[in-house]
Design a protein around this ligand. Structure first.
Ligand SMILES: [Zn+2]
Ligand SMILES: [Zn+2]
Length: 326
């Protein structure tokens, strides 16, 4: 399905089968010499078919189209190698570029250690949709940095680095028209997952704090319309930013209440948090749902450790969290 969104900007809806996100919004911007495609869908037959059909319907060819990848997650990057023609430039940040060049990348090894340390024994990275449906290696990568400009037809986009939802994430901002392509940084009706990716025992990067700082960074821009990678466009992104900040504050309070005076590992905390999974109990969660929920719990637990509210302890290969004694 395709839709004309704004002048020279089109949306191709890419279904994500058996995924609670339902679909991805891939945006196509018509340019002079080169068009730009933002995000792609998983490397799955249904995604490939919808993308091929969308491009055909809109009359675009990948021969004269570049690709911009907002972040490494498979629903955004999975089809890059399939789509890229020899003329296609693939714009992405350095983290995503490393994963494209080094596939399978060593971060899946770290990810398995994360699963063990957080109590998800018996689950492996091969259960992760980002691994199952990832892109094959990509050659023609152009690394973009915060502030870089990309001209497409009448538009001049600025790359805005917004890490947090993923270790690196890039939004595209068009100041003259007040347009923001927000990727998964800001979504309208669903809350972007904020999952840890490194070993819980040694991680020193506070992804949740980076996410909150990235929200403040976007709040300082003049934005009229926000085009997210999932679900409907957002007309009041400032209100949505405040809602997302409030949500994470509430999550942190919930986690402290769950812990009380006890000592728990990541999956234990995740199993007691509230999740919007249509009434399913933790035992009924799929392996992928357990991975995402635990990753989200871990990013909040790590934030509380790095802020000095919680202590972490390694016992029998598991990382336990508890309140710092006053
Ligand atoms: Zn994502
Ligand atoms: Zn996504």
């Amino acid at each position: 399905m395709t839709e004309h969104v704004l002048s020279d900007i089109y949306r191709i809806e890419i279904p994500l089968p058996n995924n609670p996100l339902r679909s991805l919004n891939s945006y196509l911007i018509k340019g002079g010499d080169k068009n730009l495609l933002i995000d792609t869908g998983f490397n799955q037959p249904e995604c490939r078919a919808a993308m091929d059909e969308g491009l055909r319907e809109l009359g675009f060819s990948m021969e004269d189209t570049d690709i911009f990848v907002t972040h490494i997650h498979g629903d955004h990057s999975g089809l890059v190698q399939y789509l890229a023609s020899p003329q296609t430039r693939v714009f992405c940040d350095s983290y995503t570029a490393r994963a494209f060049a080094d596939s399978p990348s060593d971060y899946w090894h770290y990810f398995d250690q994360l699963l063990v340390q957080s109590g998800l024994q018996g689950i492996a990275h091969t259960d992760h949709p980002g691994y199952k449906y990832k892109s094959a290696a990509v050659d023609s990568v152009h690394i973009v940095k915060d502030g870089d400009l990309i001209d497409v037809g009448a538009y001049r986009f600025r790359c805005i680095s917004t890490p947090g939802h993923a270790p690196d994430h890039m939004c595209l901002y068009e100041p003259r028209h007040g347009i923001l392509f927000s990727g998964d940084h800001i979504l309208g009706t669903i809350t972007p997952n904020n999952a840890l990716w490194e070993q819980p025992w040694t991680v020193t990067r506070d992804l949740l704090q980076e996410y909150l700082d990235s929200l403040d960074k976007i709040a300082r821009l003049e934005i009229k319309i926000t085009l997210p990678a999932h679900r409907e466009m957002i007309t009041d992104c400032y209100r949505r930013i405040q809602e997302l900040k409030d949500h994470h504050q509430k999550r942190l309070e919930d986690i402290l209440n769950i812990l009380g005076d006890e000592k728990m590992y990541g999956a234990q905390v995740a199993s007691r948090m509230r999740w919007d999974m249509r009434g399913k109990s933790w035992e009924e969660f799929s392996n992928a749902q357990k991975i995402f929920s635990t990753g989200e719990a871990l990013s909040h637990l790590t934030h509380l450790v790095l802020q000095g509210t919680l202590a972490r302890e390694l016992m029998d290969g598991l990382v336990y969290y508890s309140r710092v004694k006053q």
